[in-house]
Design a binder for this molecule. Structure first.
Ligand code: AMP
Length: 275
């Protein structure tokens, strides 16, 4: 496994490897990330993984400084998973002082995570565009766990005619349904027991909507269930799976999306409704 920390090292590695598939991450790797790596490998090319805790996607009051970091552990896991190249850029490599370009994706970013975290998706789109330019992958693999993020990246790639295929990968969950996330490490033992209530409530809501129950009433009930379980819902919505516009009634392609606070942790989850 090649480890590149500078643009020169990355250039040499890219010349050695030829075509690659790509998995961008912020490190603190878990089985969800490793599933993306395995999917990228199964697609038939050597896999490049980036580990970069991207400061521009964190708000001023967010957890940038305490975001979990474990470079040695991450490298061991990636080696084990058969990764060919790890790209570990420094902040000033990604954002040199003279850099003047950022990427703003409109519409699909207007609501949900975009509304709660102003500037977040500009940070995501900008860093992903830079990483695509550096790695020049055939295909890039993203987790459905961050559903809105995948739609934003797909929109950007389409709009900018970037020569990369965006491949969504289903969410990897714990046995009790909780979506794996680096931020789960912040949950106390008691909060960890409460956290699966989010997935359970979404599953129930998806079934109710498919059974013909009214959407608004179903979403209202889901918020109540979350509050009763001890979560503070931020949003629970039925949306068009790709535009993220709210749906008043069920119409495919639809996705249930939710964010809820549990102690200091913001949990995200989402589920397909119907085909
Ligand atoms: P992050 O390191 O949190 O920026 O995540 C890097 C990539 O891993 C993103 O594409 C995430 O959507 C994906 N990812 C994170 N958690 C999961 C999960 N539980 N299942 C599948 N993909 C995930």
């Amino acid at each position: 496994m090649i480890i590149a920390r500078t643009l020169e090292e990355l250039k040499t590695a890219r010349e050695t490897l030829g075509e690659v598939n790509f998995v961008p991450t912020m490190g603190a790797l878990h089985e969800g990330h490793l599933t993306l790596v395995r999917a990228a490998r199964a697609a038939g090319l050597p896999v490049a993984v980036s580990i970069f805790v991207n400061p521009t996607q964190f708000g001023p009051k967010e957890d940038l400084s305490r975001y979990p970091r474990d470079e040695a552990g991450d490298l061991a896991k990636l080696d084990q998973a058969g990764c060919a190249l790890v790209w570990l850029p420094r902040v000033d490599t990604m954002y040199p002082p003279h850099a003047s370009t950022s990427v703003h994706v409109a519409n699909v970013t207007a609501r949900w995570e975009g509304a709660t975290r102003p500037g977040h998706f500009d940070g995501v789109a900008t860093v992903v565009a830079k990483l695509f330019g550096q790695i020049r992958p055939q295909a890039a693999f993203f987790g459905e766990k961050d559903w809105q993020q995948v739609q934003v990246v797909q929109r950007m790639a389409t709009d900018l005619h970037l020569p990369v295929k965006i491949i969504p990968v289903p969410t990897v969950r714990e046995a009790d349904g909780l979506a794996l996330s680096s931020r789960n490490a912040y949950l106390s033992a008691a909060e960890r027991k409460t956290a699966p209530a989010l997935h359970a409530a979404l599953k129930e809501a998806a079934q109710a909507i498919l059974a013909g129950k009214e959407v608004a009433a179903t979403l209202h009930k889901t918020r109540q269930q979350l509050a009763e379980a001890g979560l503070t819902p931020d949003y629970v919505a039925l949306v068009h799976a790709h535009t993220l516009e709210p749906l008043a009634g069920f119409k495919a392609p639809a996705r249930l999306i939710a964010a809820a606070k549990l102690g200091t942790v913001r949990l995200l989850d989402n589920l397909a409704v119907g085909p």
